[in-house]
Design a protein around this ligand. Structure first.
Ligand code: TNX
Length: 517
């Protein structure tokens, strides 16, 4: 009897041990429950499991050489997560164990759409363009990061299945005001890195305002020698040389983000008026300004020198800006008479066209004779939503009560302003750009942009505190179809991203609206 039992125990124990050895490590998240932001269009899990250590290569076909930089960055990302170094391989082999990045001309025509297939021994990522591949790689990276943070040493596998994804809006932007306080090239790059993780594809730089002129203009050197030397509160200010600016553009374009330069005209120009006496109607240079009032300055619309100045600035910046847009401001020009404003804008818009850029401006531009391709940035606060845009033109939604990252979260927020109301995380997320303002034609709306004005922000940690986590909401509004979005689900996914911010040392605002992990 004893012998029989011991035999049974021995045999069943053996079976158990062998079974255990065969059970592969289980994925941390099922594919469709991975807390990705933005939420992909369609996630279809399968029964397969991919062991990460099965992967040895990243495959790039010879025809897709432009993907090599993307592959190299991904390889170093993979290494930080798994400690394993993948090799690049070209062309077909029968031996899979690879992540294939492949451009397919016949894939979905949306340049940002992509498809990821995860099988038991490989991952295939296809898109029509390198940009689409990049967006897909960002999804893979997020899956790896989230799995690693959640699973710690246990993160060894991904559930198989398919992710098909495409953006809802073509323009998903952020704006950084480097004029009220200056931010270094390093700070801007860090912001770009974080934005690209969430598939944001435009960064608008507000390069000039009353308090500072932040980009070198070689034909008007005093703009930065004088106008770049201070900022709100009287600090040192600073400016980008043209080389610095090109470095930012390159860094952004490597991450498939387009830089939109803004020179705010004809108001918000005190820094220029302080740099050159001849730009003033009375021929006297203004004092530098370090306060936070708006709407008190204007270029002298009747002087010809004003247009030489405007043309030189637009030409020099356009020559080093590969992006399609040139933003000419136009907001809050309270001391420019309306007729003067319109005349000024008509001439300035023609200059933008001469340098082959699509004009962009704040929605006050509508009073001028704007060409149809003009992109108008709609910033009205809720009470002013009736200030609609009557003409045909493209519209970018930046409604201040919903999109302004410099609005305080609540009455206790130590940074920011509150003239457009408080903007908690839920309010920032829970709306739809196509139906927010009923009088706007939804067909005209190309996307949304979240401006971060910097009157109260001095260093990168201040940017991080105001932008994170709200910017993740804007990234999802821009990417994920409204029919798939809801606050409960988003806030649940967002709760996992605090760990990402911590790991990246991003000092985010840990809002009580979220049950952070
Ligand atoms: C309004 S809205 C501005 C900026 C300020 C911001 C502060 C708009 C186009 N202009 O000049 O920095 O409010 O929140």
């Amino acid at each position: 009897m004893f012998k029989f039992f011991s035999k049974v125990f021995f045999v069943s124990g053996f079976i158990l041990i062998t079974m255990n050895a065969c059970i592969p490590p289980q994925p941390i998240f099922s594919l469709d429950k991975t807390p990705l932001i933005p939420l992909p269009t369609l996630v279809t899990p399968s029964d397969e499991v991919l062991q990460l250590n099965a992967i040895k290569f990243v495959r790039i076909y010879d025809a897709d050489k432009q993907l090599i930089p993307i592959a190299k960055n991904f390889i170093s990302y993979w290494k930080t997560i798994t400690q394993h170094e993948l090799l690049i391989t070209h062309g077909q082999t029968n031996d899979d164990h690879s992540i294939t990045l492949k451009i397919d001309e016949d894939f979905n025509p949306n340049p940002e759409a992509y498809k990821i297939e995860i099988l038991k021994d490989k991952i295939d990522l296809v898109a029509k363009t390198a940009q689409g591949i990049f967006r897909g790689v960002k999804t893979l990276e997020q899956m790896l990061f989230l799995g690693k943070l959640e699973g710690k040493t246990n993160f060894l596998s991904l559930q198989g299945g398919e992710i098909y994804d495409e953006p809802s809006f073509a323009y998903r932007g952020a704006m950084l005001d480097v004029a009220r306080h200056f931010f270094s090239v390093k700070d801007v790059k860090r912001y770009i890195d974080l934005l690209s993780n969430y598939k944001i594809n435009f960064l608008h730089l507000h390069l000039s305002d009353d308090q500072g002129w932040r980009i070198e203009i070689r034909s008007w050197p005093k703009l930065t020698e004088i106008g770049g030397q201070t900022e709100v509160g009287g600090g040192d200010g600073g400016f980008y040389t043209q080389e610095d600016y090109m470095e930012i553009i390159k860094y952004a374009s490597d991450r498939y983000i387009t830089i939109v330069p803004e020179i705010d005209l004809p108001g918000h120009t005190n820094a220029a008026l302080a740099s050159y006496a001849e730009l003033n109607c009375n021929g006297k240079a203004k004092d530098l300004y370090t306060g936070i009032e708006v709407g008190f300055s204007t270029l002298c619309v009747d002087k010809e020198v004003t247009y030489f100045f405007v043309e030189d600035v637009i030409r020099e910046i356009s020559e080093i800006s590969p992006g399609p847009y040139f933003h000419i401001g136009g907001d809050e020009s309270h001391v420019t008479p309306q007729d003067d404003f319109n005349r000024f804008m008509d001439r300035t818009l023609a200059i933008v066209k001469k340098y082959n850029k699509t004009p962009m401006g704040w929605y006050e531009l509508i009073t001028a004779d704007i060409p149809e391709e003009t992109l108008l940035q709609y910033w009205a606060k809720t009470e002013d939503f009736s200030k609609v845009i009557p003409k045909k033109s493209k519209i970018l939604i930046s409604a201040s009560s919903y999109c302004y990252l410099d609005m305080k979260y609540d009455s206790l927020t130590p940074l920011g302003l509150n003239w457009a109301g408080y903007l908690p995380v839920k309010k920032a997320y829970d709306w739809d750009p196509r139906s927010l303002v009923s009088d706007l034609d939804s067909e005209q709306i190309i996307g949304l942009e979240a401006p971060l004005w910097s009157e109260t922000l001095e260093e990168f940690d201040d940017i991080a505190f105001m932008a994170f986590p709200r910017i993740l909401g804007y990234a999802e509004i821009g990417w994920t179809d409204v029919s798939k979005r809801n606050w409960r689900d988003f806030s649940h996914r967002l709760s996992s991203h605090g760990q990402i911010f911590d790991a990246l040392e991003v000092k985010y605002y840990s809002s009580k609206e979220i049950d952070w992990k």
